[in-house]
Design a protein around this ligand. Structure first.
Ligand code: NAD
Ligand code: ZN
Length: 261
């Protein structure tokens, strides 16, 4: 799509910020993955129009077999596990290859940053991942593929091989705390960076949404790329209201050109 002069100026400004940055953090939400066919939560057609958020509380999961079955059916549906990265994920992976990326802090559970080529140790998953499952008693981890195979076989919720504890997808349910080490690392990176780029997040889910505020308060430049307004737009240095994929592709071609001069 043809960019207006004002949009082009914003793309150039963001590319210049990236080229000048010594410590870049990218922060992503469900909006970076909608172009991969995974609906976000809050837009029309989003996950909450098909599933009841009450079924995703940890209290319900441990006590209600029906809620357990709904979780495993969502996992089985495969829309998250089988999704493929899009232009925006590949752009973030390219930033790492250029040596420009300190880390990606993501609220997503879809593993698409790693599939696009980001190193696992650079991806801080604040809300866990659908690619893995965990025993609620002893903490043993199993791939979702393994446990899904068992669920498909007998339609029973899988239990742990070591202690027979209940297995749950390794994602943070409502009512559960975020993984403390990851949250600490993400907070530290947000406070230490000089450039913080939000891609595809409504910035309403806390504590994840504290991260851009930490970055801004610590003196970093803040860029927000989202196709609708966010509560932090007024604090951002550059706001692009548009598609994550197209915007990141445009930014990356400018960054590549800048690295060649
Ligand atoms: P959100 O649904 O609250 O917000 C997503 C934002 O992205 C919205 O403001 C929307 O306007 C914008 N958006 C949608 N498509 C876009 C596109 N193509 N380009 C640019 N912007 C686009 O999501 P959130 O802020 O991540 O918070 C909600 C919670 O949803 C998180 O906790 C996350 O764990 C979970 N979630 C994750 C996935 C996933 O893993 N892909 C999917 C759904 C929900
Ligand atoms: Zn166990």
């Amino acid at each position: 799509m043809q960019l207006t002069a004002a949009e082009t100026r914003k793309i150039i400004r963001i590319a210049d910020l990236i080229l000048a940055s010594k410590d870049l953090v990218v922060f992503t939400g469900a909006g970076i993955s909608t172009e991969s066919g995974i609906p976000d939560f809050r837009s029309p057609g989003g996950i909450w129009t098909r599933f009841d958020p009450d079924d995703f509380t940890i209290q319900k999961y441990v006590s209600d077999p029906e809620s357990q079955r709904k979780q495993w059916s969502l996992l089985e549906e495969g829309s998250l596990i089988n999704a493929q990265p899009n232009r925006a994920h590949y752009a973030v992976a390219e930033l790492e290859r250029m040596g420009k990326l300190t880390c990606v802090i993501t609220q997503n559970i879809d593993n698409l940053h790693q599939k696009a080529g980001n190193s696992p140790e650079k991806v801080l998953e604040l809300h866990g991942t659908f690619g893995w499952t965990r025993c609620m008693s002893c903490g043993s981890r199993y791939t979702s593929e393994l446990m899904l195979g068992r669920f498909r076989g007998n339609r029973e919720i899988p239990h742990c091989d070591h202690c027979s504890g209940l297995i749950k997808p390794d994602v943070v349910f409502f009512g559960e705390s975020l993984p403390s080490g990851t949250l600490e690392q993400a907070s530290h990176c947000s406070q230490a960076c000089d450039l913080f780029i939000v891609i595809g997040s409504s910035l309403v889910v806390y504590p994840a949404a504290f991260m851009p505020a930490y970055a801004k308060q610590s003196g970093a430049d803040l860029v927000i790329i989202n196709n609708s307004q966010t509560d932090m737009d007024s604090q951002a240095d550059v706001v692009v209201q548009g598609s994550a994929g197209e915007t990141m592709e445009n930014i990356l071609s400018r960054v590549r050109a800048g690295l060649c001069v």
